[in-house]
Design a protein around this ligand. Structure first.
Ligand SMILES: [Zn+2]
Length: 391
C-alpha cells in the first residue's frame, strides 16, 4: 500500500537529483576560470545570484555539489576582478565570441513541425533544424570566411532548445560591441545588398556576377543558385522565381552553370529580381534574432550556460560536444540526460509524444504514468505533469 505522499516537494526532489549529478560528474572549468564571473539561478529565475568567482575547478565542483543550483551560467568576458560590483569595477580584459542558436530564431517556414506542436514544445525535427543551422554557421562561415580552425571552436547543447558556439581565439577577445555587431550582421546577411554582386552592365556588355569559387558571400550566392537550379523548377519557385522563369532556367541549366563558373550571368533572367535574391540570402544566412539578451555575440557582459551543467527547465545537461565533427551525429535527447537512473510516477497532460532516451512517451490526457526519472522530470519542468510518487 502506498501512503499518499502529501509532503512531496517536487523542486526539493529535483534539487536532490541535481546535487547527486554534481557529486558524481566532473564539470570542467572554463578556460581562464579565475577571470570569469559566474551566476546561479533557481527554477523560477535563471540568474538569482551573480558576481560569483571561482579560483579553479575544484572550487566550482564544491560549490555545485553543495548548492545544486537549477541553472549555472558564466561570463563570456574575462575580468581582472570577476566578483566586483557594480559591473564597471570588474575591469574587463576581453570576451569570447559566442553565438546562441535557438529553435525560436529559425524561420517557421523551414520548420513545418512548429505548426503541429506549437512554439512551446520542441521535437526532434526542431532540434535537427537548429543543429543544421549550427553546422552551417561553423562550416560555411566561421571556418572558411573568418579563418577559425576547428580547434578554436567549442560547441555545446544549450540544455533546452539550441546550441552555443564559443570561439576563444586570442585575436578576437579584444573586439568591442561594434565589431561583434559587424560579425553578427555578416553571418545573418544584414545590410547585404545584392546589387553589389551584380555591377550594372553597360548596354551590350555581358552581365557579370559572382563565381562559385569566390570567397565569402559571393561564392555562397553563386553556389546556392547553381544547387537550387539543379534541384529543379520547384526549388527555384520556392525562392521566389515565377513558373515560366523557373522552367526556362532549369531547361538551360547546363549552359547557365558553365557561364556562372566564369562569372557570366547573361543567361539568368529573373523578373522579380529583388524578391528572388532576398529568398536566396534568407536561406543562406544564419538565423540570429535581435533579442537583447539572446544575441550574446554583441553583449560582452552576458552570462551564458556553463557547459556540462544541468538546465533547470528540462533536467537535461548543457552538454559539451567532443568536437565539431561529432556534432552531426549528436542527439541531445539521448546523449544529454542528467538523471539516468530510477523511475517516478507522474500525472501528465501533454498533447505531444516525448522522444527521450531513445524511447517514446505519451501523449497523455491527464493520466498517471510511471516513467524513467529523466522523462518525468522533463515533463514536470515543462509544466506538463505533476509528480505523484517517487519510487
Ligand atoms: Zn518541432
Amino acid at each position: 500500500m502506498h501512503a499518499p505522499q502529501t509532503s512531496l516537494q517536487p523542486d526539493a526532489y529535483i534539487t536532490g537529483l541535481i546535487r547527486d549529478y554534481y557529486s558524481k560528474c566532473r564539470i570542467p572549468a572554463p578556460e581562464r576560470v579565475g577571470s570569469r564571473e559566474f551566476g546561479v539561478g533557481t527554477f523560477e529565475r535563471k540568474i538569482m545570484k551573480r558576481h560569483i568567482s571561482f579560483r579553479d575547478e575544484s572550487a566550482i565542483q564544491a560549490y555545485l555539489s553543495e548548492n545544486a543550483p537549477a541553472y549555472v551560467s558564466y561570463s563570456t568576458a574575462y575580468y581582472r576582478f570577476p566578483a566586483g560590483r557594480p559591473m564597471e569595477t570588474k575591469g574587463w580584459t576581453g570576451s569570447e565570441l559566442v553565438f546562441d542558436l535557438d529553435v525560436d530564431d529559425i524561420d517557421p517556414k523551414n520548420l513545418a513541425c512548429g505548426a503541429r506542436h506549437g512554439r512551446s514544445w520542441v521535437c526532434a525535427d526542431c532540434l535537427d533544424g537548429v543543429k543544421s543551422e549550427t553546422l552551417k554557421l561553423i562550416e560555411e562561415f566561421l571556418i572558411p570566411d573568418f579563418g577559425f580552425s576547428e580547434r578554436e571552436i567549442a560547441v555545446n547543447f544549450s540544455g533546452n532548445r539550441g546550441y552555443h558556439v564559443h570561439v576563444g581565439k586570442d585575436s578576437i577577445t579584444q573586439l568591442g560591441p561594434e565589431a561583434r555587431k559587424e560579425i553578427s550582421d555578416y553571418i545573418s546577411g544584414n545590410g547585404l545588398s545584392i546589387d553589389e554582386f551584380f555591377p550594372e552592365a553597360a548596354r551590350g556588355a555581358r552581365l557579370t556576377g559572382p563565381r562559385p569559387d569566390e570567397k565569402g558571400w559571393k561564392g555562397r550566392i553563386a553556389r546556392k543558385f547553381i544547387s537550387t537550379m539543379n534541384k529543379g523548377p520547384d526549388a527555384l519557385m520556392a525562392l521566389g522565381a515565377d513558373k515560366s522563369v523557373a522552367n526556362n532556367i532549369y531547361r538551360k541549366r547546363a549552359l547557365i552553370e558553365m557561364g556562372i563558373n566564369s562569372g557570366n550571368w547573361d543567361m539568368v533572367y529573373i523578373k522579380n529580381k529583388s524578391e528572388f535574391w532576398k529568398g536566396v540570402l534568407g536561406n543562406e544566412a544564419i538565423a540570429q534574432s535581435d533579442r537583447i539578451d539572446g544575441n550574446v555575440t554583441k553583449d560582452i557582459s552576458h552570462l551564458i550556460r556553463l557547459p556540462d551543467t544541468v538546465h533547470g527547465g528540462t533536467g537535461l545537461v548543457a552538454k559539451r560536444i567532443a568536437s565539431v565533427s561529432a556534432l552531426a551525429a549528436f542527439d541531445p535527447m539521448a546523449s544529454a540526460l542528467a538523471f539516468t537512473e530510477g523511475e517516478m510516477e507522474i500525472n501528465a497532460e501533454s498533447g505531444n509524444e516525448l522522444v527521450i532516451g531513445n524511447k517514446t512517451f505519451g501523449p497523455y490526457k491527464g493520466e498517471k504514468a510511471v516513467l524513467p526519472i529523466y522523462a518525468g522530470v522533463y515533463l514536470y519542468l515543462k509544466g506538463l505533469a505533476s509528480i505523484t510518487t517517487i519510487t
